[in-house]
Write a protein that binds this ligand. Structure first.
Ligand code: ASP
Length: 321
């Protein structure tokens, strides 16, 4: 009898706490360096979530190993709604790229909903003697064997984009991994690496200010607004090239449904926050529609992305370091 009574009493003791969630600050783990594109989305989202959740949200950057360190930390955190993860397409690409991961992507998280989609751009160091994609193509050809491509670690979005780009133009480059594209951008600005494929949330300002060379947008269509002059990779001759980065919010598996529901409701409200929408749109990000916001839809989408990216990554295998 005792054995049955104890868990029941434990459960009852939890109920008031659940009803009051959140009653202390919530940490959002960002699996990349501070100041980069994922970090920027997370910080804007944390601000927009503050009111609907009624709590302060703190960003913790757990950067390294292409975003897998931060994801692992959240997968192993207490499932109480106080440690969340903001991750991007890397949660799917890492699954296809790593032989083993310290977490199970589809089993170890509660999916709280998607956030946005962000296009990627191909940019180069300021001293690169190429000002458009045609010139870049010639320069890449002439410098075969000594081109450096920066990225945010195996499994990151910039790694995936760089991998797909190398495969598309059939040219192997020396890849230089960073803990995020904020430090990668610093080295690009300092002419220490040659090219980088990164989200518009990180590159728009640098492109607009003429501080980096901009060659192409990696999505299927040209972008509206300030980057509208930038041709697509497809237009530039990299036929069919297409990648865009999406973000989602996660909690550790076993987080109570009441907490998941509250976080999802807060996320829906945050994505309608006028300031959040304005800031995201100014950087080229598109907020996801309501229909894609449910935890079940989010999980289904990630599963579909894993299945879609698997063959792409396999086909580009020889470039995958
Ligand atoms: N943009 C990075 C990536 O390549 C991540 C980051 O630093 O936010 O995945």
């Amino acid at each position: 009898m005792r054995r049955f009574l104890l868990p029941a009493a434990g459960l009852l003791a939890c109920l008031p706490a659940l009803a009051e969630y959140p009653e202390k600050p919530i940490t959002i783990v960002v699996p990349f360096a501070a100041g980069g594109p994922t970090d920027k989305v997370a910080r804007d989202l944390a601000e927009a979530l503050r009111k609907p959740l009624g709590a302060t949200l703190v960003i913790e950057n757990v950067a390294g190993v292409g975003g897998t360190l931060g994801a692992a930390k959240v997968a192993k955190a207490a499932p109480d709604g106080y440690t969340l993860l903001l991750h991007h397409i890397g949660i799917a690409s890492a699954t296809a790229l790593y032989r083993s991961l310290p977490y199970k992507t589809l089993e170890d998280f509660e999916y709280l909903g998607m956030v946005n989609e962000v296009p990627m751009t191909l940019i180069g160091r300021p001293s690169l003697p190429a000002s458009n994609y045609a010139e870049l193509g010639k320069w890449l050809e002439a410098n075969k064997g000594s081109v450096n491509l920066a990225h945010a670690g195996v499994g990151s979005a910039s790694h995936l984009c760089g991998l797909m780009f190398q495969a598309a133009i059939r040219q192997e480059m020396t890849t230089v991994p960073y803990k995020g594209t904020a430090p990668a951008m610093n080295d690009l600005l300092g002419n220490q690496v040659d090219i980088l494929c990164d989200q518009t949330t990180n590159t728009t300002g640098q492109i607009e200010a003429g501080k980096v060379k901009a060659f192409a947008v990696m999505s299927p269509k040209r972008l509206p607004g300030v980057l509208s002059k930038l041709p697509t990779a497809d237009e530039s001759g990299v036929k069919g090239f297409s990648i865009s980065v999406w973000h989602g919010l996660y909690a550790p598996r076993g987080t109570p449904k009441a907490v998941v529901d509250k976080a999802n409701a807060a996320l829906r409200a945050a994505l309608k926050d006028a300031d959040f929408v304005r800031r995201q749109e100014a950087l080229g990000a598109v907020i996801v529609s309501d229909a894609r916001l449910g935890p079940a839809e989010h999980k289904k989408f990630v599963e579909a992305e894993i299945n879609k990216l698997g063959p792409v990554i396999k086909a580009a295998g020889q470039y995958a370091d």
